[in-house]
Design a binder for this molecule. Structure first.
Ligand SMILES: NC(=O)c1ccc[n+]([C@@H]2O[C@H](COP(=O)([O-])OP(=O)(O)OC[C@H]3O[C@@H](n4cnc5c(N)ncnc54)[C@H](O)[C@@H]3O)[C@@H](O)[C@H]2O)c1
Length: 271
């Protein structure tokens, strides 16, 4: 029987590239997103790569849409072998400038969307002894300045993944968490934050990545195959994480300097 994978946020960026990487292995794909046009384009590319599947609109904030999606996977595929909780949005702004609504929005999508995805699909994963791949971020580990709500949501995804790794071993369900640094996608389109200057700064960071979404999908495919739990696709990210574990204060000092620079830039109006 062919293997089956479901991906949230599959209509763009990393979600689309993960779909294409597994499509090249001949997997059947269940693709969801809030963007119908994005989903149609991913499905077209999946078919071009010689695989097939179905698309279903699904907002990860809405648990009933996720359970309906799980039901569709059961009806159409007879189950699921891998789930990828990838859907996410970008945000930025210093803590003092972020509203509580900014927090609710960020946590609802980037953290609770992953919690709900895991919960909705758990019965199917128990049947298949499948795998969970959660897309977090280096922000979960490094806590860069002016993105506290994003940092907290992604740190929550890492903590959830560690909890599930421990709890689900008995059911033989594999768990992986991916922490990429910035890379170029359409993530900036979803940006929510108090100032356009902050959005521009995030845009520059996305552009600065030495690796693409497709490189990251390739790395994830390889590392999941090797059974690696914590997947850090950027070399610089792996180095920074090692450094932080050895000397956290040095990293805090560096981040504080970065915060000063960002404030100065925002004040002078330059980017
Ligand atoms: N691009 C980066 O620099 C970067 C770095 C680290 C982690 N990530 C994470 O990678 C994941 C994929 O992001 P991307 O960079 O490919 O961005 P992207 O914007 O290109 O893709 C994200 C997709 O998620 C979908 N989405 C947004 N809100 C949704 C919702 N409520 N329900 C369902 N789908 C929703 C969007 O429509 C979009 O198709 C996200 O979790 C993001 O936080 C990205």
């Amino acid at each position: 029987m062919q293997n089956r994978i479901m991906i949230t946020g599959a209509g763009s960026g990393l979600g689309r590239e993960i779909a294409l990487r597994w499509a090249r292995e001949g997997w059947r794909l269940a693709l969801s997103d809030v963007s119908d046009a994005g989903l149609q384009e991913t499905l077209r590319l999946v078919r071009e790569a010689g695989a097939d599947g179905f698309v279903q609109r699904c907002d990860v904030r809405d648990y009933s849409q996720l359970t309906a999606f799980a039901q569709a996977c059961e009806q159409k595929f007879g189950g699921i072998d891998i789930i990828v909780n990838n859907a996410g949005v970008a945000s930025g702004g210093f803590f003092g400038e972020l509203s509580l609504e900014d927090w609710d929005w960020q946590i609802a999508i980037n953290l609770m969307g992953v919690v709900k995805g895991c919960k909705a699909f758990l019965p199917l994963l128990e049947q298949s002894k499948g795998k969970i791949i959660n897309i977090a971020s280096m922000a979960a580990l490094m806590q860069g300045p002016a993105m506290s709500n994003y940092n907290v949501a992604k740190a929550g995804v890492v903590a959830l993944s560690e909890s599930l790794l421990i709890e689900l071993r008995q059911q033989e369900i594999g768990v992986h968490v991916v922490c990429p640094s910035f890379f170029q996608t359409n993530l900036l389109d979803s940006f929510r934050g108090p100032t356009p200057a902050m959005k521009a700064q995030v845009g520059k960071l996305l552009e600065s990545s030495p690796i693409s979404a497709s490189d990251i999908a390739e790395y994830i495919f390889d590392q999941v195959g090797k059974g690696e739990f914590m997947i850090l696709p950027h070399e610089q990210g792996r180095m920074a994480w090692q450094l932080k574990q050895k000397n956290p204060q040095m990293l805090y000092d560096e981040m504080a300097n970065m915060a000063d620079k960002m404030r100065a830039k925002a004040k002078s109006g330059k980017d």
